[in-house]
Structure formats: structure tokens, C-alpha cells
Design a protein around this ligand. Structure first.
Ligand code: SF4
Length: 697
């Protein structure tokens, strides 16, 4: 029976980067229900189906409740935490003793609290001597990180969500905001300026259908399109000269570079009408507050960094940055991708510092009170390089935390085979049934969102609080506790004795953030964060601006030493695998529904969410292609690449262009098809382009 609540408390949602506030209804301190928080400045009383169902999925039958250890007979049996962690330390230490510190690596996540990922990064790199660790944020945000660092001097998305409401022209690139970030889309719907909504996307997505202008460019021609737009605007004198001269460098070189992207050749390459491109250029010129937004359609590309920078360049050359309703704005994916970007100790040294900078190493060593020589002098391998390291036999032990790469990594079969070659695989997860958890030699049961405390940082840089509102099942422990045990059993627990609770780690992270662009030394503690309903960085001690919506670069100063933003550009490059006579279709992958999340580890556990999304795999195919192949609506078909084949029902629809097929990323088999191509600058996988062929079954 439903229990009547006797109290409520506010937390932020644990799925996507929107970071909605949720009010949890408590009975004797335990969560019995939840509703969206009306007073939270992010979601203003709204939530998507995933948020509404956040408590349900914690009750699933396949929650990991006890450590499981594989015996010599190949069977996994329950063990106590002491045995589990003794084995963890003994096996990884023996691999390191035999093959070097480099031979053990970890893969983590943007789904755990900032304090937890900082503890993991510190224990692994400074305590256990692990050199290589990366996160699943490599699969979603690495491109934006590199693009911002090179253009602005720091990984700093400049916007606040209010910009959705204040723009008079919103340009969405490779973003299906309606279903991927439904609450952000609701913020667009609250815009009272009758904005132009422009969508650049090869698919006629839910968002494209709702736009005032949809540019259905050929897949992976967006970089050419943005160079062409820049050239057109420069030719016509539609440049904010005073902004460019005062706040940027490299414009003249950029103007020379884009001359080769003439209107007619860009129209030919993108498949767009020249008038459509001219119309968009004119809109950007004419409108006063233009905001540019991008997400996975750009990030998960073979040239994502340069595409993101071509978008940034458009904002710079038109002076659309630092003012309300403007910006070159990357929308993050996971609830704590921003926390991971700054505090996971993988690409950056804790706090957005640089491993290679001796001053940064010295500052971090001082704050943490650890010997400076424990800090590596360079970042470890990226995710794809770790995967190659397994292939080469250099990585022999792997620790996977709160991510499911056996489903989500590009060219999945290859990754699964490689998992089988490891000497020891440890998986730490809430659920025992993920594809990766099933492969583990040692499974460590973890508490989930709602069962522990900490902070997340959302897309608009807002630090928000999560709280323990129910007990984790069985023997499951918070990731914080598991990392503390790892340090203890590895013999380096002393180094982390000050890291005694998530909130004490928060105080350490504050000190690490001091004088960085992400400085949040002005946030006193968890209580003040709770009272403020989340706080955006930067928020230094004594911050003058305490408003609830704050954007960056209002003063025109960027984070490079000279204070100027950079125009960064490069010639377009070909995709790793393009359609040919044998495999004539291009496969696009992406989010299939607002009700589902990534590999469905959590969302498939809710009956309500399952009903909102078809259980059978559907492939979108254009009517003309379906006719040519003799495939009718709902008919069984096979989609096949050089790496594998999948069975799907035909969804005959003009949402995709001719020669394209779309599969949702949530299905376990989609990544059996994808081709392992990577952006050379960010090493982010290019999930949205590989060659396939199709036939009826
Ligand atoms: Fe949670 Fe994102 Fe849905 Fe908001 S939009 S309720 S943060 S999943």
C-alpha cells in the first residue's frame, strides 16, 4: 500500500545533464515517492518520464546485492567484502608486479558523484599507481572539451538555461532536444520572443519537425556547411568587427581559409539548396540574440572537434557570446559529465589542472598533502587506446565502474572478445545483469542514485546535491565506500584519511578549484548548496554576482593568457568508412525515446518506461529505399555491416534521407554494426557513420 509521506527533501536527478530538481517524499526517512521541484531554477516544476520513474528502477530484481567472485571452475559465487577486496588488491598487485603499473587500467563514468570520481581518480593514480584510466564521457563529451579548451583556453560551456528563453534565434546542430533533453526543450517553448528555431540534422527528428527551419544536410557535411556559412557572412560583411578585434585572434587566417568554401560547392556537398544556406546566414546576421547549441550529432563524429569549433567560430565572428540569449553551447549528456570533465583525474589533473604543468602538480600535491612524485606528469591513455592496450596484451587487469561498455563501446563484438582475454576483470555496478557485469571475474555491488550523497554538475555548470533517501539493497555499498576499501586493501588508505566523507571531499575539491575558471570556493557546504537550489561555477569566495542564472564571458575575456578566444580550423577529412557498392547505406545511431537512457541498464527496469518504448528493434528506412528493396512497413529486415548483422522491424518513414538507416543506441545489438573510427583530436568514437546493407528477411 502507498505510504503517506511525512517529510520531503530536494535532490537533483541522476540521469541526464539537464540536472532537474526532484522533491523526494519521505516516510520515516525513506523515499516513498517523488515529484519535480517547482522552485528549482533548472526545471521549474517539470520532469521527463525518466525522472518521474527514478525510484522505481532502484527496486529491480537484478540489483547487485553481494560481491561475486569467479572460482577456478568458472562459476561466480557470493563472497564477503573482505574476501572481495583482498582478492581485488592481490590480483591487481600481482598483475602490476609481473607486467608493470601500466598493465592495470580503469574505465569509469559520468554517472557517479563528483566526490566519488575524484576519489577514484586519486586512489587509482596516486595510490595504486595506475597510469591509464578514462571515462565513458569519452563517448559523449570529449569533443566539446577539446573544442572549448583550444578555442576558449578552458573547458567552459558559457551558457545558462535561461538563454533558451532569451534567444531570438536558436540554432540546434545534431541535437534532438525534444527527446534527448526534453526539459531544455520545454525551456525553448517558454521563449516569448517568437524565436527562429533552426535545426541542422540529417534526420527529420522530433525537434526538426518542430523547428521553423530544418536544414537536412547530408550526414557528416556539417563542417563544410559551417565553413561555407562563415565564408558567406564574411563576404557580405556580416561580421561583428569590433568584437572580433577586441576579443579574438586568428580571424584573418580564418577568413582566408574559408574562401575555398563557396556557396555553390557547399550546396552541392551538403545536398542543401543555396537559398537555404543564404537564408540561415541572413537569419544569423539579422537576429540580435543568436544561440548555437550542439550535442552528439557533432560530438560523435570523425571530425567532431573541428565541427564544434566551426560553430564556435560562427558565434565569435558574429559577437554572439557573453550576452543573454547567445553562446556557442555544448549540451552535455550524462548527469555528471561536467563533474567528470573537471574532477575525474583522467584527461585533466583534478580541478581542470594540467598533468604536464609542474606548477599545477605542485598545487594539487600541496592541497592533497601527498608527495608530488605520486602525480603522473602526463594524462593516461584515452579509452580507445586502453582498448588497444588490451588487444596488445599491455593491459591485463581492468576495473570498470558504473558503465556498460560491452553494450555501448563502438564495434561491440571486438570489445567483448577483448574482455575475455583479460587476466582479471572487476566490474562495480548497481546491477548484476549488464552485459559487462556478466563478464566480470569480480562483481562489486554498488549503491545507486538515491542511496548515497554527493554532488553532480549539470550542463550549465550548476553544482547540485544528491542525497541518501533509501537504503541500498543487501550488501551494496556507495562507490565512495568501495573506493575507500580499495585504498585500504591496496595499502594506501593513509594517503586518503582526510577524504573521510563525500562532504569532506567536497571541501578538498573546493580548495583544488581555487583560482581556476571553475572556482567554487564560495560554496560553503552541502547545506548552503541545498538552500541555494544549486549554484553555477564560477562561484569564488566573496563572489559579487549571486544570481541564480549566470553565463560566462560577459566581459569579453576568455581563458587564454592573452584573454582572447581563438579561431581554430582545419580541412575536412573523409569518414573512416563510407557507403560503397557492397554496403550502400549509411547507418545513423542515436537516442530513440525520451523514456530510455543509454544501455537501458536502469530504464528497462520500469514497466512505465518500457511501455513508452517498443521492445522490438525498429530501423528507420526511407520509403523510396524500402520500395526498391521490396520491404513493407513492419516487415522483418536484416541490417548488416562488415562487423555483424542485426534483425529489425522496418519503420518506413521519411525521417531519414535516402541511402540512410537509423537505429536507436539503446538496443543491445546496435553496436555490433558500428565502425571504430575516432575524432583524431578528442579520440571520441564516431558512432554516427558506418556502411551497411539491408535486405528483407
Ligand atoms: Fe532527469 Fe534529465 Fe529527465 Fe530532467 S530531463 S528529469 S534531469 S532525465
Amino acid at each position: 500500500a502507498l505510504k503517506a509521506p511525512d517529510a520531503t527533501t530536494g535532490v537533483v536527478c541522476g540521469y541526464c545533464s539537464t540536472g532537474c530538481g526532484l522533491t523526494v517524499h519521505l516516510r520515516e526517512g525513506e523515499a516513498v515517492n517523488l515529484s519535480p521541484s517547482a522552485d528549482y531554477p533548472v526545471n521549474l516544476g517539470m520532469a521527463c518520464p525518466k525522472g518521474w520513474e527514478a525510484l522505481t528502477v532502484l527496486e529491480a530484481d537484478d540489483r547487485a546485492t553481494t560481491p561475486l567472485l569467479r572460482g577456478d571452475d568458472g562459476i561466480r559465487r557470493p563472497v564477503d567484502w573482505h574476501t572481495a577486496m583482498e582478492t581485488f588488491a592481490a590480483r591487481f598487485k600481482s598483475i602490476q608486479a609481473e607486467h608493470g603499473n601500466e598493465s592495470v587500467a580503469y574505465l569509469s563514468t559520468g554517472q557517479i558523484a563528483t566526490e566519488e570520481m575524484a576519489l577514484l581518480g586519486a586512489v587509482a593514480k596516486f595510490g595504486m599507481g595506475i597510469k591509464h584510466g578514462d571515462g565513458n564521457t569519452r563517448q559523449c563529451m570529449a569533443t566539446a572539451v577539446v573544442a572549448y579548451k583550444q578555442a576558449f583556453g578552458f573547458d567552459a560551456p558559457p551558457y545558462t538555461y535561461q538563454d533558451f528563453e532569451e534567444s531570438d534565434c536558436i540554432v540546434l546542430v545534431g541535437s534532438n532536444l525534444c527527446i534527448a533533453h526534453p526539459i531544455m526543450w520545454e525551456r525553448v517553448m517558454k521563449n516569448r520572443n517568437a524565436p527562429e528555431i533552426v535545426v541542422v540534422d540529417p534526420r527529420r527528428t522530433e525537434t526538426a519537425v518542430s523547428a521553423t527551419l530544418h536544414l537536412q544536410a547530408r550526414p557528416k557535411t556539417d563542417l563544410v556547411l559551417f565553413y561555407g556559412l562563415a565564408n558567406l557572412m564574411i563576404e557580405r560583411g556580416w561580421v561583428d568587427r569590433s568584437f572580433v578585434e577586441a576579443h579574438t585572434s586568428g580571424f584573418d587566417d580564418y577568413a582566408r581559409f574559408v574562401r575555398r568554401f563557396g556557396l555553390l560547392s557547399v550546396a552541392y556537398e551538403t545536398g542543401l539548396e543555396a537559398q537555404q544556406i543564404e537564408h540561415l546566414a541572413e537569419l544569423i546576421h539579422r537576429k540580435k540574440r543568436v544561440s548555437f547549441w550542439w550535442t552528439m550529432g557533432v560530438n560523435q563524429s570523425h571530425e567532431g572537434v573541428r565541427t564544434a569549433q566551426a560553430i564556435i567560430n560562427l558565434a565569435l565572428l558574429t559577437g554572439n557570446i557573453g550576452r543573454p540569449g547567445t553562446g556557442a553551447n555544448s549540451i552535455t549528456g550524462q548527469c555528471n559529465a561536467m563533474g567528470s570533465r573537471l574532477f575525474s583525474n583522467t584527461t585533466n589533473l583534478l580541478g581542470g589542472h594540467d598533468f604536464a604543468d609542474p606548477l599545477h602538480r605542485s598545487k594539487v600535491a600541496g592541497v592533497l598533502e601527498i608527495p608530488e612524485d605520486r602525480i603522473p606528469t602526463q594524462a593516461g591513455w584515452t579509452y580507445d587506446r586502453i582498448v588497444d592496450g588490451i588487444r596488445e596484451g599491455k593491459i591485463r587487469g581492468l576495473w570498470v565502474i558504473a558503465t556498460n561498455p560491452a553494450h555501448s563501446w563502438i564495434h561491440q563484438q571486438d570489445f567483448r572478445q577483448l574482455l575475455g582475454t583479460l587476466d582479471f576483470l572487476v566490474v562495480q555496478d548497481m546491477y548484476s545483469s549488464t552485459e559487462t557485469a556478466l563478464a566480470a571475474d569480480l562483481l562489486l555491488p554498488a549503491a545507486g542514485w538515491g542511496e548515497k550523497e554527493g554532488t553532480f554538475i549539470n550542463s550549465e555548470r550548476r553544482v547540485g546535491l544528491i542525497k541518501k533517501v533509501r537504503r541500498a539493497p543487501g550488501q551494496a555499498l556507495s562507490d565512495f565506500h568501495i573506493f575507500k576499501l580499495a585504498a585500504h586493501y591496496y595499502g594506501c588508505g593513509e594517503m586518503f584519511k582526510r577524504w573521510e566523507s563525500p562532504e569532506s571531499i567536497f571541501q578538498i575539491l573546493k580548495a583544488l578549484s581555487a583560482n581556476q575558471p571553475c572556482d567554487f570556493t564560495g560554496i560553503r557546504d552541502y547545506r548552503s548548496l541545498d538552500e541555494a537550489r544549486g549554484i553555477q561555477w564560477p562561484y569564488p569566495e566573496g563572489a559579487a554576482d549571486l544570481s541564480s542564472q549566470r553565463r560566462l564571458f560577459a566581459d569579453g575575456r576568455f581563458y587564454h593568457a592573452d584573454g582572447r578566444a581563438r579561431f581554430v580550423f582545419e580541412n575536412p577529412r573523409p569518414m573512416g568508412e563510407s557507403p560503397d557498392d557492397e554496403y550502400p547505406f549509411l547507418l545513423l545511431t542515436g537516442r530513440g525515446s525520451a523514456s530510455q537512457w543509454h544501455t537501458q541498464t536502469r530504464t528497462a527496469k520500469s514497466g512505465v518506461l518500457r511501455k513508452l518504448y517498443p521492445a522490438e528493434l525498429h530501423a528507420e528506412i526511407h520509403p523510396a529505399d524500402a520500395r526498391w528493396l521490396g520491404i513493407g512497413p513492419g516487415q522483418a529486415m536484416i541490417v548488416e555491416s562488415r562487423r555483424g548483422r542485426v534483425h529489425a522491424k522496418a519503420f518506413v518513414t521519411p525521417t531519414v534521407g535516402q541511402g540512410q538507416v537509423f537505429l536507436p543506441m539503446h538496443d543491445p545489438v546496435t553496436n555490433t554494426l558500428t565502425y571504430p573510427d575516432f575524432d583524431p583530436n578528442s579520440r571520441q568514437p564516431a558512432y554516427k557513420g558506418c556502411a551497411v546493407r539491408i535486405r528483407s528477411e
